[in-house]
Write a protein of this length. Structure first.
Length: 507
């Protein structure tokens, strides 16, 4: 009888009393990042009108944050393992709040791009630390699954809160106000985190590999830049050179990590089929979704004429579906299987995106809302379970580095999605026929066309807007079709790569 009780006693010993309160602090960090990512899309038409960026600059404003954060996540996750995850989380949150002010008061497209890049540096410290701290706070597998579900639900809730709060601010203040909502969240996070978050680190981390940091940053940014520029402007020597440099840097990074006794990233983690399958699923899912998400707010506002608050509320079903699915994903995956839940979720997203190829300028909200709800449910199931698989595949000492790989896949997918699918939308849009005397800026973005129309005669303005909106919707539906193909292919790949994968059920 004593021997059967002992494991339970050991488990209870690691169930520290403040773990759920500590989780609430980590949820605030996730909200900080999720809100920032979603309000940008809503503010894009106002940024276009005020700062008058070119189409390429607008894409850079949207994805430079993801470029930088993707290049630094592994390095920052490893740094957190070394100097302490609580410390790097609190430092990163403080910097995130301060740099948000710079974003809010940017006066040129170039300054806003720089501010978004600096925000990426700060953001790279947050997400790996939150997942790694969950791995160290919750040793019981079922509790950890629930904690990961809450973590994912918070990210989804942030995508809902961001547009609604952002929409309210945009209707009453200038576009920079949407970045200032980070400040109160950051303040609460730091004050509560100092008191309740436990510190954790790798007890034997080894030195931090600065050469590896530089190689990973150059590698990721070089490759993503090459993809983005090739998709936008075709094959020229500049993106080819950047891609070659990036590929060489990544190759050198992998070789270096395999030879170091204490690497930034243990490349042997990828020998685990569950780990590598979950990472690949995350990357391709976000790639297929992000281009659509980036342009959806513009469709709701500039094509269908909704106000920013109404547009934010219109996107709510996706977040509601993701929150609901995320909270039960671990239980469902244990009852059925990991691969069934992940592949099923991805297939649902793919079919929902396929339905959006039928969008036109007057599509009713019931169809759009239903598609967004299905996207949210599918994402809630797949992302929560893949995060759990990634965390449970590694020792807790490597939780920061493993979490960073997961988040790198997410951010890299976002950058590539905006670059590739965004370039499809922009490329189709630029070719629309416009009335004589139309300013060049009208062909750079739909926001530019709306601005140009305000200075034209009534008939010319009407013709310009009709043609521009039709071209924008054509590009959007083409991008939705491409995203659907990516998601359905990823569902098939996940079905095979996650075969025999199980979530740990031991108490």
């Amino acid at each position: 009888m004593t021997s059967t009780l002992q494991p339970v006693t050991a488990t209870e010993a690691v169930k520290r009393p403040g773990r759920w309160l500590a989780l609430s602090v980590l949820v605030l960090a996730v909200l900080l990042v999720a809100v920032d990512a979603t309000v940008l899309g809503l503010a894009t038409p106002y940024i276009s009108e005020d700062l008058e960026p070119t189409g390429t600059q607008l894409l850079w404003i949207g994805d430079v944050y993801s470029f930088v954060i993707a290049g630094l996540l592994v390095s920052m996750g490893s740094l957190g393992d070394r100097i302490g995850r609580k410390r790097i989380l609190l430092l990163g949150a403080t910097a995130f709040g301060a740099i948000s002010v710079l974003n809010a008061y940017a006066t040129t497209p170039e300054l806003l791009i720089l501010a978004r890049a600096l925000l990426g540096v700060a953001g790279a410290t947050l997400m790996p630390a939150t997942l790694a701290l969950i791995r160290n706070l919750f040793h019981d597998p079922r509790e950890r699954s629930l904690a990961v579900g809450i973590w994912g639900a918070a990210a989804s809730a942030g995508t809902a809160i961001g547009p609604i709060v952002g929409g309210f601010l945009l209707e009453h203040f200038w576009w920079g106000s949407v970045f200032l909502i980070n400040l109160p969240v950051m303040a609460v996070l730091v004050v509560v985190g100092i008191r309740f978050l436990p510190e954790s680190r790798d007890p034997n981390p080894g030195p931090w590999d600065m050469a590896g940091v530089a190689l990973s940053l150059v590698g990721v940014i070089g490759v993503v830049y090459a993809v983005k520029e090739t998709a936008a402007h075709g094959i020229t020597w500049e993106p080819v050179a950047a891609g070659a440099l990036g590929a060489a840097a990544l190759y050198a990074f992998v070789r270096r990590q395999l030879t170091l006794p204490a690497p930034l990233l243990d490349m042997r983690l990828f020998r685990n089929h569950g780990f590598s399958g979950a990472v690949l699923a995350d990357l391709l899912t976000i790639l297929g979704l992000s281009g659509l998400v980036f342009f959806l707010s513009q469709y709701l506002q500039l094509v269908q004429g909704r106000g920013p608050l109404e547009a934010g509320l219109a996107e709510l079903p996706a977040a509601v579906g993701a929150v609901a699915a995320g909270l039960v994903a671990g239980t469902v995956a244990r009852r059925y299987s990991v691969r069934a839940v992940v592949a099923g979720g991805l297939a649902a997203i793919g079919l929902a995106l396929a339905s959006l190829t039928l969008l036109d300028q007057s599509t009713g909200y019931p169809m759009l809302g239903a598609a967004l709800l299905v996207v949210g449910v599918g994402a809630g199931f797949s992302f929560t379970v893949t995060a759990d698989v990634i965390l449970s595949s590694v020792p807790k000492e490597q939780a920061g580095a493993a979490s960073a790989v997961s988040e790198t896949a997410y951010e890299l997918g976002a950058a590539l999605g905006i670059a590739v699918l965004g370039s499809i939308v922009t490329g189709v849009y630029r070719e629309f026929a416009s009335p004589a005397g139309t300013p060049e800026g009208a062909h750079e973005s739909l926001g530019g066309a709306v601005e140009a129309a305000s200075g034209m005669s009534a008939n010319s303005a009407q013709d310009l807007l009709a043609s521009a909106r039709e071209a924008f919707v054509d590009g959007l539906t083409l991008a939705a079709g491409a995203g659907a193909a990516v998601l359905l292919a990823t569902a098939v790949a996940a079905w095979f790569m996650l075969k025999d994968q199980r979530l740990d059920s031991r108490p």
